[in-house]
Ligand binder design. Structure first.
Ligand code: APR
Ligand code: PHB
Length: 394
């Protein structure tokens, strides 16, 4: 088999890159370890920055998002019972975010790829990239008991944090930056109406809580829990009771509860690998970086990597701009680190850290007070939350 760009992984990164390349007439094949149903079964993020919304429209997959997605012009901070509104729209000169689940983004991208007739090989085993530093670049894999070789010009490693792409780069060529937080998020999905029309990020002495949603009838709520905790310890009743304790009284009174349809604990981690490329292999999205979810940046960073790689490849194939290839990592990392900083900051401000002493806690409280009490501070929060601009590729 032969293609121009071999893409490993059919998550949002791989599918979006594949769609943009296909629309531009650049041939690509996606190789994915799991089945489509498995990929769609993962409940992940739900807030899209304007840059990602525009990229999805550019890829021709924005119709259902524009019909069903919820445009949010602000969010709420609940700080030990007090509510502070962050008016994204006003603070950023008209920008908003779109609440539309990653599962739905993935579903739309899968449908578009099927319609386009572009090739995705699902349930591929033992995927290995080869020859990244040579002119003979290829990916080998196994499908239905048979060994395959896919020759290509470039490989996009869109295979997430646990994927093979990053692991196939010699360790001494990579620098890893990492922080693991001593807590996770226990999330539930329920068919109940949202407690508030906007997202609510709650800081409380019992720990962080987040009220999010997927639609007017489906909600997603999270609680900070110790890393050592287990979902089996959390009946639906215990979850709702704890959530009410962490919310301001009037929201707790309004909260409509119901049976959970999904419940899981996700660890919180900050992770960046530098550089995000090795010869003809480019790392995209979670394969190169992880953020704690507090700033809603994971999926959006994947989209900005995709945009960068797509625009570089477009110029490589159309204008022979091979010089741009070596710029991929530095362009991505400038934006990645800013989002890492914001995600770390939101996490640090809103969670309870058991190792903080009384002084540390007062410093955090006063930092929050300072940011929300000043227009410049609120603007800083807002411009990061709606998403920093994408760099133009020239
Ligand atoms: N071979 C082939 N496919 C693989 C391999 C492998 N060795 N390892 C992983 N994959 C597949 C996974 O099954 C998954 O479908 O790669 C895909 C990676 O998808 P994601 O983990 O969703 O990563 P990405 O596409 O970069 O999505 C951005 O940012 O913060 C997050 O929630 C957000 O998951 C989202 C991510
Ligand atoms: C979600 O809806 O899953 C969600 C929303 C905002 C976040 C993180 C997760 O910051």
């Amino acid at each position: 088999m032969k293609t121009q760009v071999a893409i490993i992984g059919a998550g949002p990164s791989g599918l979006l890159l594949g769609q943009l390349l296909h629309n531009a007439g650049i041939d690509n094949v996606i190789i994915e370890r799991q089945s489509p149903d498995y990929v769609l079964g993962r409940i992940r993020a739900g807030v899209l920055e304007q840059g990602m919304v525009e990229l999805l429209r550019q890829a021709g997959v924005g119709q259902r998002m524009d019909r069903e997605g919820l445009v949010h012009g602000g969010f709420e901070l609940a700080l030990d019972g007090r509510q502070v509104h962050i008016d994204l729209h006003t603070l950023t000169g008209g920008k908003t975010v779109m609440v539309y689940g990653q599962t739905e983004v993935t579903r739309d991208l899968m449908a578009a790829r099927r319609e386009a007739g572009a090739q995705t090989i699902y349930q591929a085993g033992d995927v290995v990239p080869h020859g990244m530093k040579s002119a003979e670049t290829f990916v080998t894999f196994e499908k239905d008991g048979q060994a395959w070789r896919l020759d290509c010009d470039y490989i996009a490693g869109c295979d997430g944090f646990h994927g093979v792409a990053r692991q196939s780069i010699p360790a001494d060529c990579l620098k890893v930056f990492e922080r693991v937080y001593p807590f996770g998020w226990l999330g539930i999905l329920a068919d109940t109406p949202p407690v508030h029309e906007e997202l609510v990020y709650a800081r409380h002495e019992r720990g962080f809580a987040l009220c999010s949603m997927r639609s007017a009838t489906r909600t997603r709520y999270y609680l900070q829990v110790p890393t050592s905790d287990h979902v089996d310890n959390w009946s639906d009743q215990r979850f709702w009771d704890e959530l009410k304790l962490r919310l301001p009284q009037d929201l707790a009174n309004k909260l409509i509860t119901g049976p959970s349809i999904e419940k899981s604990i996700a660890p919180l981690r900050s992770f960046v690998v530098e550089p995000m490329q090795y010869g003809r292999l480019f790392l995209v999205g979670d394969a190169a970086h992880i953020v704690p979810p507090t700033g809603a940046k994971g999926l959006n960073l994947a989209a900005s990597d995709v945009s960068t790689l797509f625009n570089i490849l477009l110029k490589v194939y159309r204008e022979d701009r091979l010089d741009l290839l070596e710029k991929y990592s530095e362009i991505c990392l400038r934006r990645v680190w800013k989002a890492e900083r914001f995600s770390w900051w939101m996490t640090s401000m809103l969670h309870r850290f058991d190792d903080q002493d009384a002084f540390d806690q007062r410093i955090v409280e006063s930092e929050l007070e300072y940011f929300i009490g000043s227009e410049a501070g609120r603007k800083t929060i807002a411009e990061n939350y709606v998403g920093l601009p994408y760099e133009t590729i020239e």
